[in-house]
Design a protein around this ligand. Structure first.
Ligand code: ADP
Length: 193
């Protein structure tokens, strides 16, 4: 199964991607997690991405495409993968399709988590408050300013991907406002359908 999870910041992509990956026994690839790990480790990509991420901006397409292609070419992804946070632009989506086509592969489905914008900021700022209260690290981009940039970019660059995938007939949308378990069940149903 080759799956892409789409949805705005705070939609719960990460939570659902981890569950789906376990259930389907395929790796979950979160580009956000990957970049944060690279930034923490101080690798070249991490150094380039760190400030961009803190502002809430998008890391350049070429860098993201190279990172993802390298990752999904590894043996553990030969039976499939769940992409969370990629693609985020039409150019990334086209590059992904082109790469898969060279391997005679394609995406099986693109799952969209639909969520009202009003709840997103609350969810994210709550996540930051809870992390702080529990003594965990707070993401450098979980604050009002970066969030505004992230939401604007989502609307302008990422939301058009739903049309892109709908026109290819692979898009499936699920209501992401319901409890975690119900959303998880709906996603599995959508994949089976
Ligand atoms: P979110 O909760 O906002 O969806 P992520 O953890 O997926 O956050 O991503 C955090 C940040 O990492 C993004 O705001 C962006 O700076 C960078 N990033 C992650 N994936 C991509 C991508 N595919 N293209 C460009 N930048 C990305």
């Amino acid at each position: 199964m080759r799956i892409v999870l789409l949805g705005p910041p705070g939609a719960g992509k990460g939570t659902q991607a981890v569950r789906l990956a376990q259930r389907l026994a395929i790796p979950q690839l979160s580009t956000g997690d990957l970049l944060r790990a690279a930034a923490a480790a101080g690798t070249e990509i991490g150094r380039k991405a760190k400030e961009i991420m803190q502002r809430g901006d998008l890391v350049p397409d070429e860098l993201m495409v190279a990172t993802v292609v390298e990752r999904i070419s590894r043996p553990d992804a030969s039976n499939g993968f769940i992409l969370d946070g990629f693609p985020r632009t039409i150019a990334q989506a086209v590059a992904l399709d082109d790469f898969l086509a060279t391997e005679a592969l394609e995406l099986d489905c693109v799952l969209e988590l639909k969520v009202d914008e009003e709840v997103l900021a609350d969810r994210i700022l709550n996540r930051a408050r809870e992390a702080k209260a529990n003594g965990h690290a707070i993401r450098g981009d979980d604050n009002q300013e970066a969030l505004k940039v992230r939401m604007d970019l989502y609307r302008r660059q990422t939301e058009p991907l739903t049309e892109y995938y709908r026109s290819k007939g692979v898009l499936k949308s699920v209501d992401g406002l319901r409890p975690i378990n119900i959303v998880a069940a709906s996603l599995l149903e959508a994949i089976d359908a």
